[in-house]
Design a protein around this ligand. Structure first.
Ligand code: PLP
Length: 344
């Protein structure tokens, strides 16, 4: 059976153009700086993200941790949202790798009050205090919410006033740009460094980008080696990354439209609660009425060839991507509607 997999945009398979590019990739030893395909990807990514230089890294998690390690000294404090990926989903790596202290700010799915960030910046030279080494923001947030540009601009202004750098966890920054109707550079200019995943909605099989100033990236290149991320003939996995940036960034609006169509169908079903205003990118979140049996719904979806994750903390998430089309989302809505309204 051909599964329709809507658990995440990380499940995306490489496109035929990506497989072709991998097959034909010219490669060399990238630790020697000899891989022309990796270099091409890094140059392209830097230009698209509006930074001087970029570095190809194995994962988004790696890129974020490499950024913390390169920006900070051990014992520095990093100010970031209490619901961000670095706090929740990176295995406590900040304590192990960069050796930094994470100072959280209340965050509503990525949106933090800039005044609360300002309050946490260490000003003065009290010998008791850690140094504020970095501020991290996330856009789009992993909840699928896009942070408004005004909030990012205000945060960047506060950071600059205090001489503190800003790192953007932009795992889905191209999705954020589509939602905001702006160029991705209009988002990244509010951060000194940015991490962006090639392997989510952009469908590359492996890899992420860390971009920043030339000096920062030179230091990050050395730290990437320290972390075990010096990859040899990496052109075979960089080649699909080039296709991801060239061809896949321009089609993300389709995924957003499909997510929107699915959300509108689901919102109309009795027994499902869904806030349409929260559908910003390719993710649809909804809650099921307590009377609906989750096991039964999951079985109905599986029987229809649909792979979905069960609800977590009462919320179910469906994610669209290039392998999900308008007919597919209509079918998902039909299966859910039939189960929820069909007396189970
Ligand atoms: C997925 C994700 C990451 C990590 O990316 P991996 O490639 O899975 O390691 C980091 N930040 C955010 C916001 C993400 O959604």
């Amino acid at each position: 059976m051909q599964w329709l997999d809507v658990r995440s945009d990380t499940v995306t398979q490489p496109t035929p153009a990506m497989r072709e590019a991998m097959f034909h990739a010219v490669v060399g030893d990238d630790v020697y700086g000899d891989d022309p395909t990796v270099s091409e990807l890094e140059t392209l990514a830097a230009a698209m993200l509006g930074k001087e230089a970029a570095l190809f890294v194995p994962t988004g998690n790696f890129g974020n941790q490499l950024s913390l390690l390169t920006h900070c000294q051990r014992g520095d404090e990093v100010i970031l949202g209490d619901d961000c990926h670095i706090v929740w989903h990176e295995t406590g790596g900040a304590a192990v790798i960069a050796g930094v202290q994470l100072r959280t700010v209340a965050s509503d799915r990525g949106v933090m009050d800039p005044a609360e960030i300002a309050r946490r910046i260490r000003v003065g030279s009290d010998i008791h205090w850690p140094k504020t080494g970095l501020i991290c923001v996330e856009n789009a947030h992993s909840s699928g919410r896009v942070v408004p540009l005004a909030v990012m601009a205000e945060t960047a202004a506060i950071a600059r006033r205090h001489g503190v750098p800003v790192h953007l966890d932009g795992a889905r920054v191209f999705n954020a740009a589509v939602h905001l109707g702006c160029d991705v550079k209009d988002i990244t200019r509010h951060a000194d460094t940015v991490m962006c995943c090639l392997s989510k909605g952009l469908a590359s099989p492996v890899g992420s980008i860390l971009a920043g100033s030339a000096g920062f990236i030179a230091r990050a290149r050395r730290n990437r080696k320290l972390m075990g991320g010096g990859m040899r003939q990496a052109g075979v996995i960089a080649a699909p990354g080039i296709v991801a940036l060239r061809e896949m960034t321009g089609r993300l609006a389709e995924d957003h439209a499909n997510a929107r169509a699915l959300a509108e169908r689901l919102a109309a079903i009795d027994g499902i609660s869904l806030n349409l205003d929260d559908v910003h990118i390719n993710m649809v979140w909804f809650a099921l009425a307590p009377s609906i049996k989750v096991d039964g719904l999951m079985a109905a979806l599986a029987a229809a060839g649909i792979k979905a994750n069960p609800p977590e903390d009462g919320l179910m998430r469906i994610v669209t991507h290039w392998q999900v089309n308008a007919a597919d989302v209509a079918r998902i809505a039909d299966v859910i509607a039939a189960y929820v309204t069909g007396g189970q």
